[in-house]
Design a binder for this molecule. Structure first.
Ligand code: PRX
Length: 641
């Protein structure tokens, strides 16, 4: 397989970009010709951002697993598709060839079919980072079931909400997940999530940790038993096969829940063909991936980064993707560097929060670590500060590796703004230039486009690209309101952005009530709702503040019903409540008990003021005269951390 659409010079980037804007249909048709289709398209693109309705490759049929697996079998069947590095470095590494991956995915497809899963059914996946997670995802895609992976750190309550929203009938999970020196009992979390649920028919349990679990008769079944039976069915005379379901280009491939500024997390829906093209194209171009290279994306598959750049991007390219089960600081803070040396990793794609937390250990963990295999470094999830950028470049890349600063979102399916490694110029802390197909525009508060360079505004995207969100599951109106109504005919990202003198983009962070904590997206409303579930809490308000390692920390102002309670105990209780309702990632870093919140006469909380106080900027709070009770601000400042 050759990648003739891999851009090899700045000049070619400019040419490709120009063509993708002037004639997107011709541009993407040429790229689509490199994929495996069961039926070719009648139309290439039709869309409007009003309803919104987006259709790429209308009339076409394909199955994404044929593109990620089958088409590599003839020439690359014995190449390694997945390297699995276990949590415990003493445990055996697993290397899975494309031939083996094909077999496992056919078996999962057969197993799901045996259990009654049909095309269009929603299958929720709640597993640790084991290869079976990838087999499960692709097994769903093979039969056209819609997968919805839930990050292993979410609580039973969060899972229960997502199961209900997706109306999922099936779950695939593990007995436990291994993370550092902990085993997390995933199956028992699922059991809690299923209390009162009548929709889920089957729970498939993969044995990872060999811990005791309760199996409910008729509902729960072991992965190993089901797979054994399926294995016998898919193999005939030594040949393994399972037909790949013909999917319409626009059929949903998966749902992934993400936080917004209001309400509960929403299920972002991605389509089949557009998502395939977008993850493949961006993977090959941004990282400049060459066959044989080892690509290590440190994200969890429970987030979009894992979907796009551990699973679909690398596998669609016939590449080798590394899945790491554990955490960067166990057994010690040199773990990432050990993995790089052990597997001769060529591309390392990680998050600024991970870089900052490893920087804090100094250079000791890097001693005697052979990082010479590294060729490209990548950053994602939040703005990377210059200090972290330089540390990454100097100490990990040894000054020889380009760093791609990739800006994108769950909703965009893949990378939108980034330099192309070694091809287009990099600039510390800047995502730089848009990928072909992406037209970023900056607008002011009134929706007026800001033209020219050396400007800033709210970041929107003008034209449909293949990987764009299609809907929010079960509630299309919400998709419209969230992304397409703020500014007519534009997709609104929720991010603020600068465009420098020569046109490089620099993302400055969210302009809505969404926090970015250690690269995880968390809605302030979600955290407030969780805190308010504590029986003694009258009201709360949550804002972000700058945090050295996490990027942003969570600051909660809480009105508690009693004034003489034991504050430390109440804080512990509140943290437990948040952990129970959402999960540990949403726990506030600071909780301040207050007597009131700064509200306007119409009852709206002035978060701007709370943000300033949390940031320690009490001198620049500005006008408080519109508040119902301006004195409350002084009280809050007096008690602030
Ligand atoms: O604020 C931006 C930030 O992460 C948000 C998207 O979060 P999520 O959907 O969870 O996806 C994260 C992984 C793609 C964006 O709205 N963000 C992501 N990448 C960058 C970034 N901010 C600055 N620079 C980046 N490279």
């Amino acid at each position: 397989m050759t990648f003739s659409y891999q851009i090899k010079s700045l000049e070619k980037y400019r040419e490709a970009y120009q063509k993708s804007i002037e004639n997107p249909e011709a541009f993407w048709e040429e790229i689509a010709a490199h994929f495996t289709w069961q039926k070719k398209w009648d139309t290439i693109l039709s869309y409007n951002f009003i309803e919104p309705k987006i259709e790429w490759f209308g009339g076409a049929k394909l199955n994404i697993t044929e593109n990620c697996i089958d088409r590599h079998l003839a020439n690359r069947g014995e190449e390694i598709a997945i390297i699995w590095e276990p949590n415990d470095p003493k445990e055996q590494v697993r290397s899975i060839t494309y031939t083996e991956l094909h077999k496992q995915v056919c078996m999962v497809a057969q197993m799901l079919t045996n259990l009654g899963v049909k095309k269009g059914d929603r299958v929720c996946i709640y597993m640790g980072m084991v290869p079976e997670l990838t087999f499960a995802i692709l097994g769903c895609a093979r039969i056209g079931a819609i997968h919805s992976v839930i990050f292993g750190g979410f609580s039973a309550q969060s899972i229960s909400d997502r199961l209900a929203d997706a109306q999922a009938g099936y779950i695939i999970t593990c007995d436990g997940a291994e993370r550092g020196n902990k085993t997390i009992n995933l199956k028992s979390v699922i059991d809690d999530a299923l209390v009162g649920n009548e929709q889920v028919k089957k729970v498939i349990v993969f044995t990872r940790s060999k811990i005791p679990v309760a199996m409910q008769k008729g509902r729960d079944t072991w992965w190993e038993d089901e797979m054994e039976q399926a294995g016998q069915q898919v193999e005939k005379n030594g040949v393994v096969s399972f037909p790949a379901e013909p999917m319409h280009a626009e059929d949903p491939l998966f749902i992934l829940y993400t936080s917004g500024s209001t309400g509960k997390p929403k299920g972002v829906v991605h389509s089949t063909a557009g998502y395939l093209l977008w993850t493949n194209y961006t993977f090959l171009n941004v990282f400049q991936y060459q066959l044989g290279q080892v690509h290590f994306c440190t994200a969890d598959i429970g987030w979009i980064t894992g979907h796009s750049y551990i699973v679909y991007g690398p596998l669609s390219a016939g590449g080798t993707t590394l899945m790491f089960e554990g955490i960067p600081t166990w057994p010690d803070a040199g773990r990432f560097w050990d993995i790089v040396a052990k597997h001769k990793v060529n591309i390392l794609y990680t998050a600024p929060t991970a870089i900052r937390s490893l920087m804090a250990f100094g250079l000791e963990p890097l001693k005697n670590k052979d990082l010479s295999s590294l060729q490209v470094l990548g950053s994602v999830g939040e703005p990377i500060n210059e200090e972290a950028w330089h540390w990454f470049s100097q100490h990990i890349g040894k000054g020889n590796c380009p760093i791609v600063d990739t800006w994108w979102q769950t909703e965009t399916g893949g990378i939108m703004i980034s330099n192309l490694a070694g091809i287009t110029p990099q600039k510390p802390a800047h995502a730089t230039l848009p990928l072909p197909g992406v037209i970023p525009v900056l607008v002011d508060e009134n929706g007026i486009e800001i033209i020219g360079n050396g400007v800033s505004g709210n970041l929107c995207i003008k034209q449909a690209w293949p990987g764009i969100i299609r809907t929010t599951y079960g509630d299309h109106e919400r998709c419209k309101t969230n992304y397409f109504s703020t500014y007519p005919n534009l997709y609104f990202t929720g991010d603020g952005c600068l465009r420098d003198e020569v046109g490089n983009y620099r993302i400055t962070g969210r302009v809505d009530d969404v926090l970015n904590v250690s690269g995880h997206r968390i809605g302030t409303a979600e955290v407030e709702n969780a805190i308010n579930r504590h029986s003694g809490v009258i009201e709360s308000a949550v804002v972000g503040y700058p945090h050295d390692v996490k990027g942003q920390g969570i600051y909660a102002y809480v009105i508690f019903e009693e004034s003489n309670h034991n504050q430390n105990l109440t804080k512990q209780d509140i943290l437990q409540t948040v952990t129970r309702i959402i999960g540990p990632i949403a726990k506030p870093d600071k909780i301040q008990f207050v007597l009131g919140l700064p509200k306007t006469r119409s009852g709206k909380i002035m978060r701007r003021i709370l943000r300033k106080i949390a940031e320690g900027e009490t001198q620049s709070i500005g006008d408080t005269s519109t508040l119902l009770d301006p004195n409350i601000v002084d009280d809050i400042i007096a008690g602030a951390f």
